[in-house]
Design a protein around this ligand. Structure first.
Ligand code: ADP
Ligand code: ASP
Ligand code: MG
Length: 410
């Protein structure tokens, strides 16, 4: 007997926000059933629900318990799967909802940013023998001992790709409010172009540099388990963008995309003694508290003193300032200053591996527009520049044009 063909389709918050939109989603699932034997539909919470739930936590508690925040935030997805399954059943489709803990999707216990460890694929297959569509909560997980977790904001993409990997699904379709992956965010740059294909490596950099169209862990999973991911719109029939293995044609472009991230804060410790162990004293406690440090710069030392500057997510600022104040007091650093009006802009492309001068071109273009560069970091296939937040949209458009990505450039 031929193997059962399973398609995983994920629908984001805007796609499930209202009854009318969920009816469009139902059409996509019906279309999926025409192409595969079974569909696993992974749903996000309705747009705004997760934000509202987390805002409640902030009203109820000064320092909300992280585990309880996950119990709270995960309910948004429970609402969507129940409502959508009702719609499918009304349409005569054999469907049922599944919460992550009913499968289970087992994660570690890092509440708020849990990582998937395993998926009960046998149980899922058994459900698929009885139903044509399983409607699964994205974003949720549960620990070995049954505590509810969430995978981090935007994490439903990761749920979908992980389920696709576990089920050996042909393709994982990510349905959202744009037609696919663009050269940059089409909502801030009208010259952005949709890409037909993008390499996992590039998508990984774009996602980690702020292009929220895919959750970064979803791209890691897709690359690791070789799951082809197709990003497409719930609201039209465009084939979208295939995220897949790199091939030589992709290297023809020097830069293939521009990403930006406003969720940045910059912290500087001034006049820290330039002695061994200071960096460890700053970054050790930050990593213990789970604060992700992004860019780091240490100045050359003057009279045995130096400045250490780094960037973090704005939500970690309070914690970071507490920790750095302690370190400053211990090491005798002069002061700690911070700035939240910063953002980072990145140019990404596998073609950069074999070319020099990309960074210089980016700096020249930004300087010409009077945009001051605060920090720089580079990797093999990307350059990232920290600037004042008020210039972020301008910087994206300038870099998009500088590297020939505007749609009217052949
Ligand atoms: P969903 O709720 O469906 O998961 P998201 O809001 O998480 O949708 O992601 C889709 C959004 O990602 C788009 O509306 C767009 O503003 C943004 N985005 C950022 N960078 C890109 C890009 N390079 N290509 C497409 N969309 C992008
Ligand atoms: N509902 C979650 C969020 O808003 C997860 C997701 O949409 O992917 O972040
Ligand atoms: Mg998303």
């Amino acid at each position: 007997m031929a193997a059962m063909k399973i398609l995983v389709q994920k629908f984001g918050g805007t796609s499930v926000a209202t009854l009318e939109r969920m009816q469009k989603v139902r059409e996509k699932v019906e279309d999926g059933l025409g192409r595969a034997d079974k569909v696993v539909a992974v749903l996000s919470a309705r747009a705004g629900d997760t934000d509202n739930l987390l805002a409640l936590a902030g009203q109820w508690s000064k320092n909300p318990d992280r585990a309880e925040c996950d119990v709270l935030a995960s309910t948004g997805e429970q609402v969507s799967v129940a409502l959508f399954t009702m719609l499918l059943k009304d349409g005569g489709i054999k469907a049922r909802s599944l919460l992550a803990c009913q499968i289970p999707v087992v994660t570690d216990d890092s509440f708020g940013r849990a990582r998937i460890r395993s998926i009960g694929s046998e149980a899922l297959r058994a459900f698929l023998d009885r139903y044509d569509v399983l409607v699964v909560t994205g974003f949720q997980g549960c620990t070995e001992d049954g505590r509810v977790t969430t995978l981090g904001r935007g994490g439903s993409d990761t749920s979908a790709v992980a389920l696709a990997a576990a089920l050996g699904s042909v393709e994982c379709e990510i349905y959202t409010d744009v037609d696919g992956v663009y050269t940059t965010d089409p909502n801030i740059c009208s010259a952005a172009r949709k890409m037909d294909r993008v390499a996992y490596s590039e998508m990984l950099e774009m996602a980690s540099m702020g292009a929220k169209v895919l959750h970064i862990r979803s791209v890691e999973f897709a690359q690791k388990y070789n799951v082809p991911v197709r990003v497409r719109s719930t609201f039209n029939d465009d084939p979208g963008t295939l995220v897949t293995q790199e091939d030589s044609s992709m290297e023809a472009l020097l830069v293939s995309g521009i990403a930006y991230d406003r969720d940045q804060a910059r912290v500087t410790l001034h006049d820290v003694p330039d002695v061994p162990g200071v960096a460890a004293a700053v970054f050790g406690p930050l990593s213990e508290k789970g604060v992700l440090v992004d860019m780091i710069v240490q100045n050359t030392s003057l009279d045995g003193l130096t400045d250490i500057t780094f960037t973090i997510s704005r939500k970690d600022l309070k914690h970071t300032l507490e920790i750095t104040a302690e370190v400053a007091a211990k090491t005798g650093a002069a002061e700690v200053v911070h700035d939240v009006n910063v953002a980072k802009v990145s140019a990404i492309g596998v073609g950069m591996r074999n070319h020099s001068g990309v960074a210089a071109r980016a700096f020249a273009a930004l300087t010409q527009e009077g945009i001051n560069i605060l920090m720089i970091s580079t990797s093999e296939i990307k350059i990232t520049i920290l600037i004042q937040e008020k210039y972020v949209e301008l910087a994206v458009r300038i870099l998009h044009d500088t590297f020939g990505l505007d749609w009217d450039v052949a």
